[in-house]
Design a protein. Structure first.
Lengths: 143, 110, 143, 110
């Protein structure tokens, strides 16, 4: 296993079409990183798209400039990480502790449930005018 | 549930009477969309006669807040009854939608 | 405190307007039972309406007859109970364990969260072609 | 994402190509509504070329299943790729929407 690190940054208006642009960015990320196991790519992409879709669907803008969606992708030789930024958005009512993923508990919103089931850790924080979700997934490159 | 729109000069008052639930939520959305489309920027939803609100009603209020903010304005709520207060508190949404005691107070300090 | 018991049954097509009819039925239930503390009426009504709205919104019919919404209300001198029936509906993927109500966890669907926060116990079961939610709330009549 | 409708005699095939996400979900709904409105009762959604599905896409499929059943028919899915299979399994929705190996098999035993 060789040491390597790759970073990418994406930013766009939080509108549905941006989710497709982000998906294209993720596809390019995996092309640049051809040693990530396919199962990990699939799980990580799904979690990032779910989190970004939530920003588009639920983010409440602070003003007429609307919410911006930012995504920072980072891969090292031990893990994949995405920071999903909900920029210029109202604070969440509380520091949100995402639901823990009990596979039998379909009732608690499939999006957040999937995110929790697909990555290793999820944290949520507020910085300035931005809500940030950090998704991390342990993933070791194929030999 | 019935909705009435009143132009109060510096703000628009939406008076909501009845139950804010899955039946009436789309009408609230349409009413506020129309007000914002017609140029209203500061909207106060008067809930004095709203005897009941569930999560669909709350979702509609948050959707209306988005529409108002995206148009460069804001939406506030006033005169909530006990049941509405209970739902706002349990969901912690009283931080995003803080209820004002009277309609006049909602934008008084802007 | 006097011993007393009251039962009511409601059934209708699972369509939005039925939620208003059910709400009228709940109002009549409280009129017939004028000793239930107002806070308990308010909490219980909200939970029943949330559960019934979920049946209308999410129930998947087995055939063209569509889903029917049934509600059985029962009050004794120690508790309020509602059985919410999703009749002629697809089985839920698993016996559903509703999310436990952590007030800070806004992320897991406000409807189910509210139900769990407002009543004492929630159980879900399947019988024949019907999914059943049983909501119980401890409530002692005013003296 | 693109959708194509093919009349196969005893059933209608909807071929979905691309990503089934929040952008394309409403179009799937409209496509199936149209097919059911035009009299189709047995619908097979061919997902062979659907490389990705998220919870919005899954929600749309379930909505379409409802529409088909309410019209007295049914909707089934066929030829799912690995990512779609993963989402169906994690959400346990493979019990409500069990994927068939081929489009022909979906209604073969009815
Ligand atoms: N970015 C967000 N901003 C505000 N609320 C959110 C956000 N993401 C999720 N939520 C809340 O959490 C709930 C559950 O989300 P999710 O599981 O993705 O289901 P869905 O988005 O289909 O409702 C949402 O309905 C919403 O109330
Ligand atoms: N009666 C039901 N039948 C099927 N699925 C349900 C039912 N009730 C709830 N659900 C599932 O649980 C999720 C969360 O429900 P809820 O907390 O009420 O939020 P919402 O209905 O706003 O999405 C729903 O999005 C749905 O996927």
């Amino acid at each position: 296993m060789t040491d390597r690190e790759l970073q990418r940054r994406f930013e766009a208006d939080a509108k549905p079409e941006s989710v497709n642009d982000l998906h294209d960015e993720l596809d390019r990320f995996w092309s640049a990183l051809d040693d990530v196991p396919f199962e990990d790519q699939m799980a990580f992409t799904t979690a990032v798209i779910e989190a970004a879709s939530n920003v588009v669907e639920h983010g409440v803008p602070l003003d007429r400039d609307g919410v911006r969606l930012g995504v920072e992708l980072n891969a090292t030789s031990s893990r994949l990480q995405a920071r999903i930024l909900e920029i210029n958005a109202a604070a969440h009512p509380d520091p949100l502790t995402p639901a823990t993923g009990d596979p039998a508990d379909l009732e608690s919103g499939r999006g957040l449930f999937l995110i929790n089931a697909l990555v290793t850790t999820v944290t949520v924080e507020r910085q300035g005018n931005t809500n940030i979700w950090v998704l991390s997934k342990e993933s070791v490159p194929r030999q | 549930m019935q909705f009435a729109i009143e132009d109060r000069g510096t703000y628009t008052e939406v008076v909501a009477t009845g139950r804010l639930n899955m039946v009436s939520a789309p009408t609230l959305r349409a009413t506020v969309d129309e007000a914002v489309g017609a140029g209203s920027r500061h909207i106060v939803v008067n809930l004095a006669a709203t005897e009941f609100m569930d999560s669909s009603g709350l979702g509609a209020l948050i959707g209306c807040l988005k529409v108002a903010r995206q148009a460069g304005g804001d939406l506030r709520i006033a005169c909530v009854q006990k049941q509405v207060q209970m739902v706002l508190e349990l969901t912690n949404m009283n931080r995003v939608l803080a209820p004002y005691g009277t309609v006049e107070e909602a934008f008084a300090r802007d």
